[in-house]
Design a protein around this ligand. Structure first.
Ligand SMILES: Cc1ncc(COP(=O)(O)O)c(C=O)c1O
Length: 385
């Protein structure tokens, strides 16, 4: 870790617009107002840009679209403000995570990954990283964690998808740094309004912006954020070399969607709380997990660490067949993978090869009225009891 210089939290605080979450989301990354110009400039579509015939690319910020694009830069400024670090966006969450792993790890390095996190990351590690000579270890999100001696990078996902366990990031960061390793946190489920891992000691944040961050189920996006200029340079160079960038229109849509993040999350969390209580009280539903339920195993850490609880919960309906009947009966719960969108969706994870039970469901609350959602889920469960 010594090779990396880190900016102080104070330097980053100066970058944040002040105010509450709603204010920060509405203003994140916006340029200073210009009379006659829109609040958020429209997407800039360009592969090459005009160059100064004498100076070449040296004098203009834009030379070619793969390294840079003005629409992307504004989105990066916005997410960077919310996370409290410098941000680079990627074509998807998976592009950001695999980019991080491939850019930081070398043959002979050891990486520790969540045993219960997003399944394709684990598959990538065992298929590709191990093939590159990287030693891959796994630990459950809730622990116990092994010794970090000789580990180069620890990646955790908290709350974890789909099991929703959480890990104490401040305590983990201390242990990881004492061993000279780097800590990266997948912040997809919490979003930067739910938790700011860089403030809690993480070196890197990585996330899928496809989920709640943008929330409209209409684009793919990933990002990395860090306070280390060296890590940022390395990851930027990686992205330029591999070309895993989002298009200008997706970047613009994502930035437009950020303005409502606070509002969307507030309703999603309220809906998740109502459904978690409903499900936990039913004898025909088992294994309900939501970190905001006081008797959930994740609650003690989650209630200290998370600024708001996620809109995602999980439970078990016992069989694939009952899940299908439940989804058929529900009017407001769409069968769909992904999560964090405006529409309530549910996903039987085992159908994707995830190592979960056949009846295990991850349910993502949308922004429907709570009373309607509770009535719909109650009716669908009753119809399939
Ligand atoms: C926790 C987590 N990280 C990363 C990803 C990958 O993101 P994307 O689908 O945008 O590539 C996902 C996708 O579901 C996820 O749930």
């Amino acid at each position: 870790m010594d090779e990396y210089r880190f900016r102080s939290p104070e330097q980053y605080d100066q970058l944040h617009p002040t105010g509450g979450d709603g204010t920060r989301c509405v203003h994140a990354g916006l340029p200073a107002p210009v009379p006659g110009a829109p609040f958020l400039p429209g997407p800039v579509f360009a592969a090459p840009y005009h160059l100064d015939p004498w100076q070449g690319p040296a004098t203009a910020p834009n030379g070619y679209g793969r390294p840079d694009n003005p629409t992307r830069r504004l989105l990066e400024a916005a997410i960077g403000e919310l996370e409290g670090g410098d941000c680079r966006v990627f074509a998807s969450g998976q592009a950001a995570i695999t980019g991080l792993l491939l850019a930081v790890l070398r043959a002979g390095d050891t990486v520790l990954l969540p045993a219960d996190g997003y399944f394709p990351v684990r598959a990538f590690a065992t298929d590709t990283l191990a093939g590159n000579g990287v030693r891959v270890l796994f630990a459950p999100t809730a622990g116990p964690y092994p010794s970090f001696d000789g580990v180069r990078l620890v990646l955790v996902e908290t709350p974890a998808n789909p099991g929703l366990d959480v890990v104490d990031l401040r305590a983990l960061a201390e242990r990881v740094h004492a061993a000279g390793a780097l800590l990266a946190v997948d912040n997809t489920t919490a979003t930067p309004l739910g938790q700011r891992p860089l403030d809690l000691g993480a070196d890197l944040v990585v996330a899928s912006g496809t989920k709640a961050l943008t929330g409209h189920s209409d684009l793919l996006l990933g990002y990395l954020a860090t306070r280390s200029p060296e890590l940022l340079d390395r990851l930027t160079a990686w992205r330029t070399a591999t070309g895993a960038v989002p298009g200008a229109f997706d970047a613009w849509l994502a930035h437009r969607s950020l303005a409502t993040l606070d509002l969307r999350l507030a309703r999603q969390t309220a809906n998740a709380e109502a459904l978690a209580r409903l499900l936990a009280a039913r004898a025909d539903v088992s294994g309900v997990r939501w970190p905001g339920l006081p008797d959930d195993p994740a609650y003690p850490v989650a209630s200290r660490q998370l600024r708001r609880m996620p809109g995602v919960l999980s439970f078990d309906l016992g069989s694939a067949e009952r899940v299908a009947r439940f989804l058929d009966a529900a009017r407001l719960v769409a069968a769909a993978t992904s999560f964090g969108g405006l529409h309530t969706t549910a996903d039987r994870r085992a159908q994707w090869g995830d190592d979960t039970a056949a009846g295990f469901v991850r349910l993502s609350c949308g922004v429907e009225d709570t009373v309607d959602l509770v009535a719909d889920v109650t009716a669908a469960l009753d119809a399939t009891a």
